[in-house]
Design a protein around this ligand. Sequence first.
Ligand SMILES: [Fe+2]
Ligand SMILES: [Fe+2]
Length: 137
Amino acid sequence: MSADDSQLIWKDEFSVGHLGLDGEHRFFIELLNLLSLILAARASRQEILELLFLLESETDVHFQHEEEVLKLTGYPSVREHAETHRKLLEEIVKARLAVENRGEIDVSAETARLSALRQMLFEHILSEDMALRQHLG
Ligand SMILES: [Fe+2]
Ligand SMILES: [Fe+2]
């Protein structure tokens, strides 16, 4: 993904071979796209915050679901994968707190921070989660 690529597009090759997890990944991509759009549209601090809260809760639910599926199917490195999830969720919480603790939005700082976050989450789906495909598919 290049820096000016503001919209991510789901491709069938991103499938991990589990309908539920794929559906959640697709939803993530939509949320990440929306985040990009509302930042570009200079949305209010409240709107950005609401989307970050939604991203945080959806990510939390998705990570728990994915870890559950991995445990139930005997995936060998659930602990390492869960550790990556914990770090990613922490980054989302940090991004949300940064907006929450600031009276005003610094659009360029937030855009840089959120695009890094977006990249991290998207890359997790495309790299670490892809290792699940062989296991689940
Ligand atoms: Fe995932
Ligand atoms: Fe994952």
